[in-house]
Write a protein that binds this ligand. Structure first.
Ligand SMILES: [Zn+2]
Length: 271
């Protein structure tokens, strides 16, 4: 990813994905908004107890880069599942219920999702001119939300997975994502080579908190999602390689900030 600054906003774009007259995308940092601590400053979400006026002011700044506002982009009511919705501009200003993936091939359709440790998934089909945006925490990863997005693009737009370009945005990394039995069992249940994704939690500095040795592992969320995409047939995959919990100077992190934090925005648009 490369960093950009525009009008007080500090955001990132992937080298693998276009940002031109036809396709635009960005991952926004937490900087450039008007929210007060602990939502400082570019909190995009009303799912945290921030002030409504400030969240809407932040959205005006972000969506304004694309000539839009809250009511002219498509949102999703994220539920940590693997359901994917095909959307159009008829969905503008709505939060599509119970999905963690949005796909569209309609020019003018702007997709938006917000994050604080879960993995943003971008999919672009340059041949069919279609895009997808997804949200994968550990549950969505184990449920293969990225693969479901690929299959949705194949079903709706006749996308060939080999044509797709994918990007995995900033999320909590294996350095910081210590997990317990529920996640470990879930990962072992679906991933071949699961132990490579479950490193033994901190030989040094582990906060064991009474856990028996071996009960805690560090889950590699971005690598698991890269494997999901590869298993679905995607060849070109860029990973942001930025841990949200390490980089609370740049991003909101639910884990590192113990839930008292905001959500940073992502946008993926067919113009
Ligand atoms: Zn980290």
């Amino acid at each position: 990813m490369r960093a950009f600054d525009h009008d007080g906003l500090h955001y990132f774009r992937f080298g693998a994905l276009p940002d031109n007259g036809a396709v635009r995308h960005a991952v926004f940092s937490r900087h450039g908004g008007v929210s007060a601590a602990p939502f400082h400053s570019l909190n995009m979400s009303m799912s945290v107890p921030d002030e409504r006026d400030r969240v809407y002011a932040n959205r005006r700044r972000v969506y304004g880069l694309y000539g839009r506002d809250t009511d002219s982009v498509v949102h999703a009511h994220l539920v940590h599942g693997a359901d994917v919705a095909r959307v159009t501009q008829a969905d503008n200003g709505t939060w599509v219920e119970h999905v963690d993936g949005l796909v569209t091939d309609q020019p003018g359709c702007v997709l938006s999702m917000n994050f604080a440790d879960c993995a943003p998934i971008f999919l672009y089909d340059p041949r069919r001119r279609a895009i997808g945006l997804g949200h994968a925490g550990w549950r969505g990863t184990v449920a293969d939300l990225p693969g479901a997005m690929v299959r949705a693009m194949t079903a709706h737009f006749d996308s060939d997975p080999a044509d797709l370009v994918a990007a995995i945005g900033p999320c909590i990394g294996p350095c910081c994502y210590e997990v317990g039995a529920e996640v470990i069992d879930g990962v072992r249940g679906v991933f071949a080579g699961a132990e490579e994704l479950l490193r033994r939690a901190g030989e040094q500095g582990s906060r064991g908190a009474g856990e028996k040795n071996g009960d805690r592992r560090n889950f590699d969320l971005p690598e698991a999602n890269r494997r999901n995409l590869a298993a679905a047939g995607v060849r070109a995959i860029e990973t942001a390689d930025l841990c949200t919990a390490c980089r609370t100077d740049l991003f909101f992190s639910h884990r590192a900030e113990r839930g008292r934090t905001g959500r940073f925005g992502t946008v993926f648009a067919l113009m």
